[in-house]
Design a protein around this ligand. Structure first.
Ligand code: AMP
Ligand code: MG
Length: 403
């Protein structure tokens, strides 16, 4: 690490530095049905009007509204129009068409009377309306959108609802950013895979599981590497392999001040560090740099810290690559239900539960806040964003990031 390498900086400064290291993200056409959690790289225009024709929003009878005044009124049923029938029917004065939801409204009709308000006579040929209707229950052509409307743009993150919108616009395929291949590497002699027998001094490796989930929720592909023991040679081999086969590297563990924090050590001696340490709690040890030109985020090993740092440092970087603020993070203002310990000069991220009470939404700490306690974030509902000068006093307002 050079003399001028930024050290112990604010989160904003850290984010600025990472944003200067953009990498190219290519694009691809994929099936709309496969596009969940992907980000559009091209805007999408409607290929049709929606609805494409006036249609009924009820099962009932299509009539002329003015003929339903002065009830009761009797109409001759001239046909039945089902969803999928062509737009070609017509009714004349004194006539009604039986119509199903989604079926095209016949010419001459401007009102649908729901079936439950109608009485068909014994012959089955006439329908009597006992009440005056209203000119409604018709979904008008283009009331949702018109052909050519650009409803989604570059950077839009495809939720299930947006996938359906793409399909409604007539697109069986969409152009999206290609997932980046993200190497996820845990480090530590003490780590064992879940499912294996723990020996004395060992713990289950859990960080790469959560980080993998965070990466896929951003639409990228996590490649989990086998855990690396605390050994420079092994670490070098793994980082080399990761930089050859992946676009980004994320490590966990080994970036603090300890004798065996080899990620920091190898990055100092053989890689390039753009900054080390951030003024946040928990999660102050991360580093960012590159290994053989591949960007690398060195996350802390403590389970809560690795999640928190990914959410507030790595996720903005991934979003920025597609010039997008999506998938959107939800932040709300809440009232503190109790004093919450802050660290002066640091951004404090406590894991809190939210309650909807008389005075709006309040936040309380319900779990032990150790950075090794994954329960606090797994069962917590939000992370406090208590700024460097916030006292965290009961009754104060504070912004939280919804988990
Ligand atoms: P380190 O940053 O390597 O000093 O690790 C800090 C703490 O996090 C230690 O208690 C480690 O045992 C723990 N830790 C490191 N990596 C992981 C991991 N992948 N999964 C769970 N805990 C970890
Ligand atoms: Mg370690």
């Amino acid at each position: 690490m050079g003399r001028d390498t930024p050290y112990f900086i604010t989160l904003e400064e850290a984010i600025d530095i990472t944003f200067q290291r953009k990498i190219e993200v290519s694009t691809e056409m994929i099936e709309t049905s496969e596009s969940y959690r992907r980000t559009l790289s091209k805007s999408i225009k409607a290929l049709t009007d929606d609805p494409p024709f006036d249609n009924s929003s009820m099962d009932g009878f299509a009539v002329s509204y003015k003929e339903t005044k002065n009830p009761p009124n009797k109409f001759k049923i001239i046909n039945i129009i089902n969803a999928g029938n062509k737009v070609e029917n017509e009714i004349n004065p004194g006539q009604a068409a039986k119509i199903m939801t989604g079926a095209p409204v016949p010419k001459g009709a401007d009102s649908i009377i729901p079936i439950e308000l109608c009485e068909v006579d014994e012959s089955g040929q006439y329908v009597v309306m006992k009440e005056e209707s209203k000119p409604h229950f018709i979904r008008n052509k283009s009331e949702n959108f018109s052909k050519g409307d650009e409803l989604l743009g570059v950077g839009d993150y495809l939720t299930p609802e947006k996938m359906s919108l793409c399909a409604s616009m007539g697109h069986s395929k969409v152009e999206v950013f290609k997932p980046l291949r993200v190497a996820v590497i845990s480090t530590g002699d003490e780590l064992k895979l879940p499912g294996e027998e723990l020996e004395n001094g060992e713990i289950y490796e859990s960080n790469t599981y959560g980080i993998t989930g965070l990466i896929s929720s951003l639409g990228h592909q996590a490649i989990r590497f086998s855990s690396v023991v605390d050994n420079l040679e092994e670490l070098r081999k793994t980082l080399d392999k990761a930089s050859e086969s992946c676009d980004v590297i994320i490590t966990s563990g080994g970036v603090s001040m300890g004798d065996r924090d080899f990620v920091r050590k190898i990055m100092e001696d053989e890689g390039h560090i753009d900054f080390w340490r951030i003024k946040i709690r928990p999660g102050s040890p991360p580093l960012f740099g590159h290994w053989k030109n591949t960007p690398i985020f060195g996350l802390p090993g403590n389970p809560v810290s690795s999640h928190v740092v990914f959410r507030i440092l790595c996720a903005p970087w991934f979003r920025n690559l597609t010039s997008s603020d999506q998938p959107k993070e939800h932040k709300i203002i809440v009232k503190l239900d109790q004093d919450i310990k802050t660290v002066p000069g640091f951004l404090t991220l406590r894991r809190v539960q939210l309650f909807n009470g008389e005075n709006g939404i309040t936040a309380s700490v319900k779990h032990h806040q150790g950075s090794g306690n994954i329960t606090s974030i797994a069962l917590g509902q939000a992370l406090t964003l208590l700024g460097p000068s916030h006292k965290g006093a009961k009754g104060d307002y504070c912004e939280v990031l919804i988990l």
